[in-house]
Design a protein around this ligand. Structure first.
Ligand SMILES: Nc1ncnc2c1ncn2[C@@H]1O[C@H](COP(=O)(O)OP(=O)(O)OP(=O)(O)O)[C@@H](O)[C@H]1O
Length: 874
């Protein structure tokens, strides 16, 4: 049992040193004047001059300074990485990593790069062969830009792979660019857990020091949070921050009760009737299909109107340009289709067909969910209509930013549900991501199962003390006999005691050595699988500007206070099967991953996440139990598994197969996991080279991590509380973003679309733009976003008035499904129409008596009522 604490000290290869920047900073720490070679590179890439912000950001990257660029869509963010990548590659053999979440568009992104930039991409939609070919190109230095999905870099998503070769096999990384950098921040509307780990992996594994973040939508608070993750320590680190709505977009909002009718009227009026490229955004997939059908019917035979512009728009679009437009319109192909729907539930070929028709101008209107438009390379989209309210200002700005990228006038209209129906729908999406305390607790128990390190340490301590005492007595005796000698101190004695031997020495050294040799002989194929331990560092908070990082620092201080400084347990490798965990906790894989990320980012580094791996191993011996007994002699992990079973009282003599958690066994033996797996796989082959009659099967893709096993009950509770607080804060921040945008839209809304169907009073558009600017430019502290919500539309449905009815429905639901088990949260989810892994919409959504029935009521109140009814029902 000593094996439990003894582990070899794996050496994690130190990351390569960061690449030297192209230019040194001036003596005052500022970047140099832009040298001529930068302008030459700009021309090589096909541009004559820089757009606002580009030069500043590019010079910082070339000087090795991490930088964040916040610029509206279409303002030219890509050049900020393309030009430095080009110059760095000219100077020496180096590579620039570009991490982008738009996997489906990566191939397009690749082909859209300037011809001078040789690039490759690696993402999960590629076959293994394609990935290997891309890696070969990278290794041989053929490319200077590598586009990567976040998962390809940090693993996760069940892919089981961090696809990138080790840092030692790559050319030096000049810098890394993180596209859609707002996903790093928990304040953002599109927070992605995988992004949280990006910066850490880039720094610790690849030695990248210079990071460039690009985003089109970030409030000041979000920008500061991203800057912290990118380790931007200087005031100029946020090179540009201009997320203002471009002046060529004309915005309006209305609160029509008859939305369908209003939409058709809008599309027939002077403002939108002449636009030949329009996107209508809906929240729900079914709605896109219905609205597209409605438009096909109502707009049948309706011809595009001649463009009639307001005076301000005419100024924007001068006469020469207008002539060009008309000429363009004359040669335009006739429209084949009026409206089609697009959402992620359609087949890939159907989505491609709709997108292609829209791109080439044969389809006028796409009615879509937000799945449409990310990375859409169409500069002349003329109109965006929000049939439903977007979930935040950030989403709104991102979505309207898809119109008018060519700088020509474009129109945007939003239909705001006066009853707050959209608000309830969007609130439902927020609740779909939340996790209750009970679930958090179940996860924490899985992540930190207790180990025996404490007891073993205690025993060792007692043993050492006994030896010390007896040796001291002996020495005292000798001293007494010899007279004058000074007795040695306790410390002198302790240093003489030999250190405990390693696990490799104690457990079957021959077999271990054999496995090691086999491993070496077979090359380093699995080398990349090896997960190395990381030093337990303090959380990396290097923001010097206390004011900037104020909230965060306070949080960190609170989180890091009075945790025990020294742990007896030095963490264990653990695996929890993904599917099993998702079902047991009834939260999505991404939900679990997010919680694990929070634990990793805690100042105490409770968890170190490794790439997901298969963790179950089943060994079947076709020659029966004797064969299984025989392999214990040559395979120590099997010997350990059987010995443990025997000690637990199992009769293993008659078994001809055995199944076990290979991660647990490797950890217990202190062996490296790839080594253990390799040894087990070897069992399938006899020494003569043929089959051995033993079948070895690995299964269960699992979250794989290192975690402590000596947390006290009190500490476990604190960890649960920490996670639960994070989840709740996230929920409240999103609710704040939702309600803030609702209030603002309402304040500028027309009662009816008829007020802006032909002409637009520009002052309302400007009013909305200034509200947006205020929202993006003002720094909010956390207390503001976490404050209780006061919004009339949300509070209209008082639970008290409906309580009896809701309780009766819950009882009805429970008795209809008396053979199933429900938690209060599960029932509340069903009443809100929120699907989860254990209660999918395909099954529970069919029963319309309950599904989504109480969407307008507060979710937490519904949980309370449901829990009470469940207890009564028992
Ligand atoms: N300095 C420049 N001069 C002229 N055109 C430029 C310049 N920089 C970028 N562009 C052009 O502007 C267009 C938009 O650029 P880009 O795609 O980089 O924008 P973006 O900000 O990344 O947009 P998105 O947020 O949609 O990704 C491209 O057609 C690009 O060629």
């Amino acid at each position: 049992m000593l094996l439990n604490v003894i582990r070899p000290d794996y050496e994690r290869p130190a990351p390569p040193p960061p690449m030297e920047p192209l230019y040194h900073l001036k003596d005052d720490g500022k970047v140099q004047e832009t040298p001529a070679e930068v302008y030459a590179a700009l021309r090589d890439l096909g541009y004559q001059s820089f757009r606002p912000g580009q030069e500043e950001a590019i010079m910082r990257i070339l000087s090795g300074l991490s930088t964040l660029v916040v610029l509206s869509t279409g303002m030219g963010k890509s050049l900020c990485y393309q030009l430095p990548a080009y110059l760095y590659a000219q100077r020496s053999k180096s590579i620039t990593l570009v991490i982008s979440p738009l996997v489906s568009l990566m191939d397009d992104q690749l082909s859209g790069l300037p011809a001078h930039l040789k690039a490759a991409c690696i993402h999960s939609n590629m076959t293994k062969k394609q990935r290997e070919a891309a890696i070969e190109k990278v290794k041989s230095g053929e490319v200077c830009v590598l586009l990567l999905s976040p998962e390809a870099l940090v693993g996760g998503g069940g892919s089981g792979s961090g696809c990138l070769p080790s840092a030692q096999e790559l050319p030096p990384v000049a810098f890394a660019c993180i596209d859609e950098a707002h996903c790093v921040s928990e304040w953002s509307h599109n927070f992605r857990p995988c992004y949280l780990r990006l910066c850490k992996v880039l720094r610790e594994r690849l030695g990248v020091q210079c990071l460039l973040g690009l985003t089109a939508t970030a409030t000041l608070s979000t920008a500061l949070d991203i800057a912290r993750h990118l380790d931007i320590t200087d005031q100029d680190g946020i090179a540009v921050r201009s997320a203002a709505v471009p002046s060529n977009l004309y915005l309006s909002v209305s609160t029509d009760r008859e939305k369908d009718q209003a939409l058709v009227t809008l599309l027939k009026g002077d403002r939108f009737g002449c636009l030949d490229s329009v996107i209508v955004y809906c929240t729900r997939r079914e709605e896109t299909t219905r609205v597209a059908a409605l438009l096909r019917t109502c707009l049948q035979g309706v011809l595009l109107k001649e463009n009639k512009q307001t005076s301000s728009q005419a100024q924007h679009n001068p006469a020469g340009q207008r002539k060009k437009d008309l000429a363009r319109k004359k040669i335009r192909k006739p429209l084949k289709w009026q409206a089609e729907s697009y959402h992620a539930g359609l087949s890939a070929s159907e989505r491609r067909r709709v997108q292609n028709n829209f791109m080439c101008g044969e389809l006028r209107i796409v009615v879509a969910t937000v799945a449409f438009g990310m990375g859409l390379d169409k500069s002349d989209v003329r109109g965006i209509i929000h049939y439903n309210m977007p979930k935040s200002f950030e989403s709104y700005v991102q979505e309207i930013g898809r119109a008018g990228r060519d700088g020509e006038p474009a129109h945007c209209h939003l239909f705001l549900d006066p009853e707050g129906g959209d608000l309830h729908e969007l609130r439902r999406h927020i609740y779909a991501d939340t996790v209750d305390y009970y679930t958090v607790k179940k996860l924490v128990q899985k992540v930190f199962p207790s180990c025996r390190c404490k007891q073993i340490h205690q025993k060792q301590h007692e043993l050492v003390k006994d030896i010390e005492d007896s040796e001291l007595l002996e020495i005292m005796d000798v001293c007494d006999q010899e007279g004058s000698l000074d007795p040695p101190t306790q410390q002198d004695i302790a240093t003489d005691i030999p250190a405990p031997s390693t696990a490799k020495e104690t457990s079957h050294p021959d077999a271990a050595e054999q496995l090691l040799q086999e491993d070496r002989a077979e090359g380093k194929e699995e080398e990349k699988d090896k997960e190395q331990t990381v030093e337990h560092k303090e959380a990396d908070c290097s923001m010097k500007d206390k004011d900037v990082a104020g909230d965060w620092l306070r949080d960190q201080e609170e989180e890091s206070s009075d945790w025990s400084r020294e742990r007896v347990c030095h963490t264990h490798e653990r695996a929890i099967p993904i599917q099993e965990t998702v079902e047991a906790l009834d939260i999505t894989e991404e939900g679990v991953e997010t919680l694990l990320c929070y634990l990793e980012l805690h100042p105490q580094r409770f968890v170190e996440l490794l790439h997901p791996t298969v963790s179950r191993c089943k060994i079947s011996c076709y020659d029966g139990p004797r064969q299984l007994q025989k392999i214990t002699k040559i395979c120590p992990p099997v010997a350990v598994v059987l010995a443990r079973r025997r000690m637990a009282g199992e009769r293993v003599e008659n078994c001809d197969d055995v199944e076990f958690d290979v991660v647990e066994v490797a950890d217990m033996m202190g062996w490296q996991l790839p080594l253990v797996k390799r040894g087990l796989r070897q069992l399938q082959w006899s020494s003569a080279g043929g089959r051995s009659g033993i079948h070895v099967e690995f299964s269960s893709i699992s979250f794989y991590f290192r975690s402590y096993g000596d947390l006290s009950d009190e500490e476990m509770d604190r960890v649960c509380q920490f996670l639960h607080n994070r989840v709740q804060n996230q929920e409240r921040t999103q609710l704040y973003q939702l309600t803030a945008s609702f209030k603002a839209f309402k304040s500028v809304a027309y009662h009816s679309v008829s007020s802006c169907v032909d002409d637009l009073d520009e002052s309302r558009s400007l009013q909305l733009k200034s509200l947006l600017s205020e929202y993006f430019d003002k720094r909010r502290d956390r207390s503001q976003t976490l404050a209780p919500l006061d919004i009339e539309e949300l509070d209209k449905y008082k639970l008290l008035d409906w309580e009896n009815q809701i309780r009766a429905d819950i009882r009805g639901f429970l008795s209809n499904r008396s053979d199933e088990k429900f938690s209060g949260r599960a029932v509340a989810r069903i009443l809100h129409g929120i699907a989860s892994p254990c209660y999918p919409a395909q099954t529970y959504g069919r029963d319309r008596r309950y599904w989504r029935k109480y969407i307008q009521f507060d979710f937490n109140q519904l949980i309370r009522l449901a829990t009470q009814e469940i207890i009564r029902f028992k």
